[in-house]
Write a protein that binds this ligand. Sequence first.
Ligand SMILES: Cc1cc2nc3c(=O)[nH]c(=O)nc-3n(C[C@H](O)[C@H](O)[C@H](O)COP(=O)(O)OP(=O)(O)OC[C@H]3O[C@@H](n4cnc5c(N)ncnc54)[C@H](O)[C@@H]3O)c2cc1C
Length: 300
Amino acid sequence: MHIDDIFARGRPTFSFEFFPPRNADAWTGLFAEIRRFTDLSPDFVSVTYGAGGSTREKTHELVVRVREETPLDPIPHLTCVCHTRDEIHRILSAYARHNISNVMALGGDPPRGQECDPGDFPHASDLVQAIVEFNRAGLHPDSRGFGIGVAGFPEGHPATPNRIAELDYLRRKVDAGAHYICTQLFFDNRDFFDFRERCAISGITVPIVAGLMPILSLQSFRRTPELALGARYPAELLRRMQRCSNDQEIAATGMEWTLAQCRELIREGVDGIHFYTLNRSTATEEIFRSLSDVRRGAIS
Ligand SMILES: Cc1cc2nc3c(=O)[nH]c(=O)nc-3n(C[C@H](O)[C@H](O)[C@H](O)COP(=O)(O)OP(=O)(O)OC[C@H]3O[C@@H](n4cnc5c(N)ncnc54)[C@H](O)[C@@H]3O)c2cc1C
């Protein structure tokens, strides 16, 4: 379903992110998890893309299998680093043939330790433009073409310390034709509310979906700030984590924190919440089910 129609339902969207598994066992495991995610009836799910095309086939395979084997609505991520115009055209054509309604247009970071030509798209806004051209050429079964998502960074993107310039670049992606923004994960809702307000001041009016992920172990507590560029822990969360003495306590604290974030975001009229699931359903499922009261309130 085109993302405009999903947002037109007039309530916060709920969505989940997966990444393509690396081996056969992990594929079987992910599809078992996907069956549980399906029971939650998310508005859409998204599938990540290894920058530079490192997971190109696997992302495509996962997106098509989710589309054909489940009732879920998959949104493939696509990154521009190291890609040529022809390659992007071929990828979009394949998704159009499979009736994929939306894509997420991202910059992508060059694969670690790998050199690659910057490609035909220096920035995500250039990729958005290419998708819009594809749409205008009438190459998608929906006359509107692909719905387009882009990334936003409530705490700022490290490559652009100038926050005013950063908002200008974000605005450029929206002006080029993006239909919605999905944010980097964040742990302090004040960063999101401030970002949302700064977007409004810049004239950005498309829906902004908040990206969240509960911390479930000491390992994820340590790795998340490195993997999620720009994400920081607020002092209060650090204080609570400091009191935990094992993974079980960390998981309970992390879940409680994310649940509180969700409740406040919904109360404050968020357009949608996107869970970075790391391909595991248990925590997301628990948080999602605990929200049934506020979700009902937001719908009515
Ligand atoms: C929701 C979400 C999903 C993601 N999924 C993936 C994924 O599947 N695969 C993956 O590899 N990565 C993914 N990422 C990470 C993302 O690709 C990187 O963080 C990347 O560094 C930034 O991507 P972008 O789309 O914001 O790029 P861009 O919009 O191109 O921005 C990148 C940097 O360039 C700056 N910039 C933009 N335009 C200009 C300009 N005209 N002149 C100068 N500077 C400019 C921006 O301010 C920013 O600092 C995801 C991030 C998010 C938030």
